[in-house]
Write a protein that binds this ligand. Structure first.
Ligand SMILES: NC(=O)c1ccc[n+]([C@@H]2O[C@H](COP(=O)([O-])OP(=O)(O)OC[C@H]3O[C@@H](n4cnc5c(N)ncnc54)[C@H](OP(=O)(O)O)[C@@H]3O)[C@@H](O)[C@H]2O)c1
Length: 253
C-alpha cells in the first residue's frame, strides 16, 4: 500500500454500502479520498469520524448521472485537491422493473439506471484520465464496481435493465483496458463483480423484501469487496488484475 499513501482516490457513491466502506478503508490506509455522492452530508459525517486517521476524506456533492455535475466535480478536484491517482466507479442503482409490463414512469427509472451505472462511469473515467494525463500520472488505477449480473443473464425477473447496464460495464471496462494498452499507458483498469452484498441498495430500487432476501440468502459484507479492491490496488505496478468476481459461498443464482 506504501506507494498509494498520500495519493488521491475518488470514490463515487461514498455515502452508503460498498463505496462508503472503500472510502473509509482507503482513507485509513493513508490516501486522500474524495467521496462523491448526492447525500454528501453522509460522507461529511464519515469524514469527521475519520479525522484522526492516516489519510483524509473529503465530501463532494454530485449527481454522477448528470454531465454538468461530473465536469464540475472534477474541476473542484483539480483546483482543491490537485490530481487523481485512483478512481473507484462504484455509484449504482438497480431499479426493479418488468420489461414486459412497463409503466411510463418506469422509463425514467431505467434511464436513470443507465445514466448512473453506465454514463456516470464513462464520464468519471474520462474526466479522471484527462486529469491524470494533465498531471503526468501514468500509473493510475480505475476500478469499476460491476456485478455478477454483468457476466451472465441469471433468472432475475425485475433486474434485466440492471443486468443490461452491468453487461455494458463489462464491455466498457475491457474496452478501456485495450485502448489504454494501445496507447502504451500504465493506467490499470479492474472490474470488481460482487454477488449479493448486504447494503442499502434495495431501498432506492423499490426491491420488495430485499431485507428478507439478504437475511435468508448467503450474503457478503461491503468489507469483502473492499478487501478484493485493495488486493488489486496493491498488486505490483506491472500486474493488472482485470476482473475479480466475489460471491458468498453457496450463492444460488
Ligand atoms: N449490494 C449488492 O448486492 C450488489 C451486488 C453487485 C453489485 N453491486 C454494485 O455495488 C455498487 C454499490 O452499491 P451498494 O450495494 O453499495 O448500494 P447502496 O448502499 O445503495 O449505495 C449506492 C451508492 O451509490 C450512490 N449513488 C446512487 N446514485 C447516484 C448518483 N446519481 N450520483 C452519485 N451517487 C449516486 C449512492 O449515493 P447517494 O444516494 O447519496 O447519491 C450510494 O452512495 C453499485 O454499482 C451496485 O450495482 C451491489
Amino acid at each position: 500500500m506504501d506507494r498509494w499513501v498520500g495519493k488521491v482516490a475518488v470514490v463515487t457513491g461514498a455515502s452508503s454500502g460498498i463505496g462508503q466502506n472503500i472510502a473509509q478503508e482507503l482513507a485509513e490506509r493513508g490516501m486522500t479520498v474524495v467521496g462523491v455522492a448526492r447525500r454528501a452530508e453522509l460522507v461529511e459525517e464519515l469524514a469527521k469520524k475519520l479525522s484522526g486517521s492516516k489519510g483524509k476524506l473529503h465530501a463532494l456533492k454530485a449527481d454522477i448521472g448528470n454531465e454538468e455535475d461530473v465536469v464540475k466535480a472534477f474541476e473542484w478536484i483539480r483546483k482543491n485537491i490537485g490530481s487523481v491517482h485512483v478512481l473507484v466507479n462504484n455509484a449504482g442503482i438497480a431499479p426493479y422493473t418488468f420489461l414486459s409490463k412497463l409503466e411510463r414512469s418506469d422509463y425514467k427509472k431505467i434511464r436513470g439506471c443507465f445514466d448512473v451505472n453506465v454514463m456516470g462511469l464513462i464520464m468519471c473515467s474520462n474526466e479522471a484520465i484527462k486529469l491524470m494525463k494533465e498531471k503526468g500520472i501514468d500509473d493510475g488505477h480505475i476500478f469499476n464496481v460491476n456485478s455478477v449480473a454483468g457476466h451472465y443473464i441469471g433468472n432475475m425477473p425485475g433486474f434485466f435493465p440492471y443486468t443490461a447496464s452491468k453487461f455494458a460495464v463489462t464491455v466498457i471496462t475491457e474496452g478501456l483496458r485495450r485502448e489504454l494498452a494501445e496507447a502504451k499507458s500504465k493506467i490499470r483498469v479492474t472490474s470488481v463483480s460482487p454477488g449479493l452484498v448486504d447494503t442499502n441498495i434495495g431501498a432506492p430500487s423499490g426491491i420488495p423484501n430485499f431485507e428478507e432476501m439478504v437475511a435468508n440468502a448467503p450474503c457478503l459484507k461491503s468489507e469483502d469487496i473492499t478487501r478484493s479492491l485493495i488486493h488489486a490496488l496493491t498488486a505490483p505496478p506491472d500486474v493488472q488484475i482485470a476482473e475479480i468476481m466475489v460471491r458468498p459461498v453457496g450463492e444460488q443464482f
